[in-house]
Design a protein around this ligand. Structure first.
Ligand SMILES: N[C@@H](CCC(=O)N[C@@H](CS)C(=O)NCC(=O)O)C(=O)O
Length: 191
């Protein structure tokens, strides 16, 4: 998953990818369930330790390989970074899915009301995110797991032909900052 690839790249870590073909249901095969009993990707195997769920993998990487840090030192700012990490997964991604999940379907099967609903929700998220970035380079002061978790959903949004509007200047400047990082290009397309 790109979120985890970005964290690995930002920490200068090397990895090897083993692809699990979801369309063929390989995630439900006993060999994979022995690694991740939940039957989802991604999973990380590091020195024999198995970790699954992209958020937990990134937290593990931060604990095991603290330099360079992807969480601030101050507890309040760490909580802020984690809140934005959760916001990307729990709030932004489902709204984007209402749009992108439909655009992946043939035109005749698309639910246009759902797309409109997603677009309205995304706009409200952008209002919030733009406000939270006022006077800040990154969501929690320095680059953190919070910023990283927004990259895959927003990159999907752009690939679908959408743009973050100029009415969200702080969000737009932050997005350009994230896209300028070497980890952005190096994490896509997947290796
Ligand atoms: N919260 C999990 C979500 C994992 C997830 O839903 N992975 C999807 C692919 S993006 C998957 O494995 N789907 C296969 C399936 O549900 O059978 C994470 O961030 O790692």
């Amino acid at each position: 998953m790109r979120k985890t690839r970005i964290a690995l790249l930002e920490k200068g870590l090397q990895w090897e990818t083993t692809w699990v073909d979801l369309a063929k249901g390989e995630q439900r095969k006993p060999e994979y369930l022995a690694i991740n009993p939940v039957g989802k990707v991604p999973a990380l195997i590091d020195d024999g330790v198995v970790v699954h769920d992209s958020t937990i993998i990134n937290e593990y990487l931060e604990d095991k390989y603290p330099k360079p840090p992807l969480l601030p030192a101050d507890p309040a700012m760490r909580a802020r970074a984690r809140s934005f990490e959760d916001y990307a997964d729990t709030y932004l991604a489902p709204s984007l899915f209402k749009i992108l999940g439909n655009l992946r379907k043939p035109e005749a099967e698309r639910d246009h009301d759902k797309i409109k609903e997603g677009e309205r929700e995304v706009r409200a998220h952008f209002v919030f995110l733009d406000r939270e970035l006022a006077g800040r380079q990154f969501f929690a002061g320095q680059l953190s797991l919070g910023d990283i978790s927004f990259v895959p959903p927003l990159a999907n949004y752009e690939r679908a032909g959408y743009k973050i509007g100029a009415e969200f200047p702080n969000l737009l400047a932050w997005w350009e900052r994230m896209k300028a990082r070497p980890s952005f290009a190096a994490s896509w397309p997947p290796d």
